[in-house]
Design a binder for this molecule. Structure first.
Ligand SMILES: [Fe+2]
Ligand SMILES: [Fe+2]
Length: 145
């Protein structure tokens, strides 16, 4: 498997769906960048937090699109995504009004993602690969066009 990522994503969290692995890498890159900003002396960038939340929406929609393309039931996984987005939006509102510490937001986000990738995205990726294998090459090339 030739995936050459910048190294933020531990090998144990790669799920062998290149598009999704690249998005997970980007999520961790953004969290690291926010950590660097927030642990430094610079001001906290609310725009960067908003951009992370927007990217998460895009990422969750990507997984849903892939599931739909191969006919996988994604309802439970979609609920986990929706609940996470709501929790992060609520936590971010707390950061904005000063009730919540930015570091606890980032720790929560990082913990949730590591766990979600290991527990939910990994079996999801295995199911996608199984479905794709079952479709055969003709269907795969139709899907990728
Ligand atoms: Fe994911
Ligand atoms: Fe997911």
């Amino acid at each position: 498997m030739e995936i050459n990522l910048a190294g933020l994503l531990p090998e144990a969290l790669l799920i062998d769906l290149p598009e999704i692995d690249a998005q997970h890498e980007e999520i961790f890159r953004r969290i690291e960048s926010l950590k660097a900003t927030c642990f430094g002396s610079g001001p906290v960038s609310f725009a960067e937090f908003e951009s992370l939340l927007d990217y998460l929406k895009y990422h969750f929609a990507s997984e849903e699109r892939i599931a739909n393309a191969v006919g996988l039931d994604f309802a439970g996984h979609a609920t986990a995504h929706r609940d996470n987005l709501q929790a992060l939006q609520k936590a971010f509102a707390g950061v904005r009004n000063g009730a919540r510490d930015v570091h606890s937001f980032l720790r929560y986000a990082e913990y949730w993602f590591e766990r979600h990738i290991a527990v939910e995205d990994r079996p999801f990726a295995a199911s996608v690969r199984n479905c794709r294998a079952g479709f055969g090459d003709a269907q795969q090339s139709a899907n990728s066009s």
